[in-house]
Ligand binder design. Sequence first.
Ligand code: NAP
Ligand code: HSE
Length: 440
Amino acid sequence: MAEPLRIALAGLGTVGAGVIRLIEANATLIARRAGRPIVIAAIGARDRTKDRGVDISAYAWEDDMTVMAAREDVDVVVELIGGADGPALALARNTIAQGKALVTANKAMIAHHGLELAEAAEAAKVALKFEAAVAGGIPVIKGLREGAAANEIERVYGILNGTCNYILSAMEDTGRDFAEVLAEAQAKGYAEADPAFDIEGTDAAHKLSILAAIAFGSRIDFAAVETAGIARILAADIAQADALGYVIRLIGIAETDGAEEDKSGNTPRLFQRVQPHLVPFDHPLAHVDGATNAVVAEGNYSGRLLFQGAGAGGGPTASAVVADLIDIARGDIGAPFSVPVAELEALAPANSGHRQGRAYIRLTVADRPGVLAEIAAAMRDAGVSIESLIQKGRAEAEGEVLLAIVTHEGPESAGTEALRLLEGSPSLTAPPLVMHILGD
Ligand code: NAP
Ligand code: HSE
């Protein structure tokens, strides 16, 4: 058998410890499939004495991560520290500069610096791989880069954050409140070091921007992702959605609006949004519960592809990290984004106002005569057609009611205009919440 592939592991938390467990448990199988063993040459984290639930005594410890790539006995550095900048980025730059391959699960770093790192890796002719950065254990980057490589991808969307999905489905199943369920997701190792990244939609936006770059062959544009999180969702929204035939899921969606414009010679634009959506009971994503992630990609020849699996947690994420290592052991150093960075298209962001769709609008309003008429007038003046309206009193806030409005299909700009007309009205006692309804 060929020489082993020797790796250094930087970061020994949920994912890092998972990688040690997996490499130890499946060593023989991995060596057979990779054509050579994958061995751990060095490890490092902040605290050498911490109990990580795995025996690390056999591995050389490095306090200084920047030394890892320079070690003669290391071929690949695996970055599992996290954070867009700081030690993770310094390690990544240093690794590539030393002419060594880099594997990372760090979506924040790839969303912000992926193009720079990929350019450097291409120039140095070393591998840069980040399967674990999108949807944990699901091989969705491989699926798009390899399995669906012959297709033009028309749309890619899905459930990209395990913590949010865990929280939403637990709220749905148990009626418990948001904060209590968040603590549980953190305890299970799903949440980011700063859970605000999860619940505000940032983590899903990081992943979506990477996925869009792979799917559309475009430059990553994280700043253009329209992002909203789940912290304002009430048990009442979940109950209303249920009564109307929907579940609520945080959905990331990316598509180009280029099909028609292309014919007149214009460049396609890229639409990217992360937002809680109402998902019809009969849609496959409505049945994705817990920390599970799912990604739908629509190829022009493959049709609809559904990738589903564990989106977070040590074992599943380690599975994706080690899959990248196996590719490297086999000699795969293809362009990190499928096509060289210089050939990625710079797609301008699409304006969401032109989009057509249906929406759920929750208004918290004063319970007094004339309020409903004022809201109906704003909807009428903005050209929003109402499909249904449910009004519910709130036991915890006397004199206040929740109005759940579902609109007919129409331009998103009309809904935005209706809410602008209501802005500052004393009838509204809290900011409105808008969730779009996932279409086919
Ligand atoms: P984690 O449990 O917080 O572990 C982070 C590790 O990095 C710890 O071992 C920590 O050391 C080490 N570290 C932090 N700052 C450091 C520094 N300045 N210098 C040296 N080491 C440092 O994080 P994780 O959940 O394993 O996530 C790691 C990466 O994988 C992140 O990029 C995350 O976004 C990504 N990811 C995570 C999941 C998941 O389910 N958790 C899934 C997909 C992707 P100590 O242990 O000594 O404190
Ligand atoms: N915090 C992330 C999640 C980890 O909950 O999905 C996986 O990327």
